[in-house]
Design a protein around this ligand. Structure first.
Ligand code: COA
Length: 438
C-alpha cells in the first residue's frame, strides 16, 4: 500500500482515507489507572502539582489565580482506591507556526508525579497516553517545555528551539536607527482591559516558527494576571507602548525592583516580553528600557537567539548572553508533520527513520519540498540520511541544523553529498522560539 501525504492536518489518515496503524496502547503500571481529570478535581490537581513543583499558596491566593487548562484535555493517574497521584494536560494550539506554515500542535503541559509514586513508570504511561490521544485528535506534532534536559529524549522529543537570556547594563549603547526619534514611548501601569487586546494583536502579528501564542481566553487571562504574592519585591506590572502618528507599533511588558548597594542605586528591570513592528520602534523602546532611573540592570529571558536586540546592542557580550533550552518537539505522524511545513530550499531526500514508540513512523520516507509545499511518500528506494524521530523533532522548526546533529553522530549520511543540501532545506531564516512559557 502506497502512503502519500501532502501537508494535510488530518492526523493518521492515509490517502485512501483509512486510518494507519499506530501501535501504541497506553497502560498504567499495576495498581494504577489512567483517568480523565475533570475541573471538579482541581484541589487534587493542585495537590499533585505542588508536590511535584514545590510551592505553597493559601486557598485565598489560589482563588485569585486563573486556571489556564482546557478540562477536556486533562488526564492523570490514580491509585486503585482513587487517589490522584500524577497529572498532565495539553493545550490545543490549532494554528501553531512552523516554518512557512501553520498546523495543529498538541502542547503537553503540567506534567507531574507525586514524589511518593515516582520512578514506577507513571510518566511513561502518561506520555504514551498523551501521544495516543493527540494522534487520535489529528495532531501530528506534540511540543513541550521541559523541566530538565534529561527527561523527554527517551520519548522521542528533540530540542527544537533555543533562546537567550540577557542581563544588560543600564545605559548600554544601542546603534542608531533612522526614525527612532519620531517614535513616542508611553509608560503605563498594566491594565488587562487596556493592554490585553493591544498585546494580543502585536504578539499574533509575529511570524516566527515555534512562536506559540496564547490560544484561549484562559491562557490570555493567565498572561495578564499579576497578583501581589507573585511580585517578590517588584512593583506591579508595567507596559511601555510605542506609537508613531497615533498608531501603536510595539510594546514591552516590564516591572522594576528598587535596590541599593555601596555604590548607589542597584535596581533591576525585568522585561517579560516585547514586540516591535519595525526597527525604529525597537530602538525607541529599548532606548527607554535601558535608561530608567535608579536601575542598574535590565533582564530579559526567552529571547530568540537572532532577536534584533542582539544586533542593536553595540556590545552584546556585556549583556552576558546565556543560551537556554526552549521548545521540545515530538513528531507523532512523521509524514503529515514533514509535509505540513515548508523548506528553505528545494529538497528531495529519502530519510530512514527509527521510532521505537510509534511504529508507523519507522522506515523510509521520501520528502520532496520547497518554499511552496511538500509531499512525503513511503519508498523502498535507497535511504540517503538515517536518523531517529527525536532528531527529526529537533530539526522540525528549522532551528537545529541537521549538519550539527550529524557532527554529533545523531544523523548518518548514507549517501555522500546529501547532508548539506538537506540541512539547508530544513533550516529557516528565523530562529524558532515560543512567545511564552506554558
Ligand atoms: C519528572 C517526573 C514527571 C518523572 O516521573 P516518574 O513517574 O518518576 O517517571 P517514570 O518512572 O515514568 O520514568 C520514565 C523514565 O524517565 C526517567 N526519568 C524520570 N525522571 C527523570 C529526570 N528528572 N531526569 C532524567 N530521567 C528521568 C526514569 O529514570 C525512567 O527511565 P528509563 O526509561 O530508563 O526507565 C517526576 O519525577 C516529577 O514530577 N518531577 C517533578 C516535576 C517535573 O519535573 N515534571 C516534568 C515537567 S516537564
Amino acid at each position: 500500500m502506497r502512503e502519500h501525504f501532502r501537508g494535510a492536518n488530518r492526523g493518521p489518515v492515509r490517502a485512501d482515507g483509512r486510518m494507519s496503524t499506530w501501535a501504541l496502547t497506553p497502560t498504567a503500571p499495576a495498581g494504577y489507572r489512567l483517568v480523565d481529570v475533570p475541573a471538579e478535581r482541581r484541589d487534587e490537581i493542585t495537590k499533585v502539582n505542588t508536590w511535584a513543583f514545590p510551592s505553597s499558596t493559601t486557598p485565598e491566593q489560589r482563588a485569585q489565580l486563573v486556571w489556564p487548562l482546557d478540562f477536556s484535555r486533562t488526564r492523570g493517574v490514580e491509585t486503585d482506591d482513587g487517589e490522584l497521584v500524577a497529572f498532565h494536560a495539553s493545550y490545543e494550539f490549532a494554528e501553531h507556526p512552523v516554518p512557512g506554515a501553520r498546523m495543529p500542535i498538541s502542547g503537553l503541559t503540567w506534567v507531574g508525579v507525586h514524589p511518593a509514586h515516582r520512578r514506577r513508570g507513571l510518566l511513561r504511561a502518561m506520555v504514551d497516553d498523551h501521544l495516543a490521544r493527540s494522534l487520535a485528535r489529528g495532531e501530528a506534532v506534540s511540543a513541550l517545555w521541559a523541566a530538565e534536559m534529561g527527561i523527554y529524549g527517551r520519548f522521542g522529543y528533540g530540542l527544537a528551539a533555543q533562546s537567550v537570556s540577557l542581563t544588560i547594563p543600564r545605559g548600554a549603547t544601542l546603534r542608531e536607527v533612522p526614525g527612532a526619534d519620531g517614535v513616542r514611548v508611553r509608560l503605563e501601569e498594566m491594565s488587562a482591559e487596556e493592554h490585553g487586546p493591544l498585546m494580543r494583536e502585536l504578539m499574533a502579528g509575529v511570524e516566527r516558527p515555534g512562536w506559540t501564542t496564547r490560544s484561549t481566553p484562559e491562557l490570555d487571562a493567565a498572561g495578564l494576571q499579576d497578583p501581589e504574592f507573585w511580585r517578590d519585591g517588584f512593583e506591579s506590572m508595567r507596559v511601555a507602548v510605542t506609537e508613531r502618528g497615533g498608531e501603536v507599533t510595539g510594546f514591552a511588558q516590564f516591572r522594576r525592583k528598587l535596590d541599593w548597594n555601596a555604590e548607589g542605586p542597584a535596581g533591576r528591570v525585568e522585561v517579560r516580553r516585547y514586540v516591535a513592528k519595525d526597527p525604529a520602534s525597537a530602538r525607541a523602546l529599548w532606548g527607554v528600557l535601558l535608561d530608567l532611573d535608579l536601575m542598574a540592570t535590565v533582564e530579559i529571558s526567552e529571547l530568540p537567539v537572532d532577536d534584533p536586540l542582539m544586533a542593536l546592542l553595540e556590545n552584546w557580550p556585556a549583556a552576558k548572553p546565556r543560551l537556554a533550552e526552549n521548545l521540545w518537539v515530538r513528531l507523532l505522524d512523521v509524514p503529515t508533520a514533514l509535509a505540513s511545513r515548508r523548506y528553505a530550499a528545494p529538497v528531495d531526500v529519502v530519510l530512514e527513520v527509527t521510532d521505537p514508540r510509534l511504529a508507523a513512523n519507522a522506515g523510509r520516507w521520501r520528502l520532496v519540498g520547497d518554499r511552496e509545499g511538500a509531499e512525503v511518500t513511503r519508498t523502498q528506494g535507497p535511504a540517503q540520511l538515517a536518523l531517529d524521530v527525536r532528531e527529526l523533532g529537533a530539526v522540525f522548526l528549522g532551528g537545529t541544523p541537521l549538519a550539527q546533529l550529524a557532527g554529533a553522530g545523531l544523523v548518518r549520511e548514507l549517501e555522500p553529498g546529501t547532508l548539506f543540501p538537506a540541512s539547508t532545506a530544513f533550516g529557516w531564516p528565523l530562529s524558532p522560539t515560543a512567545s511564552f512559557v506554558w
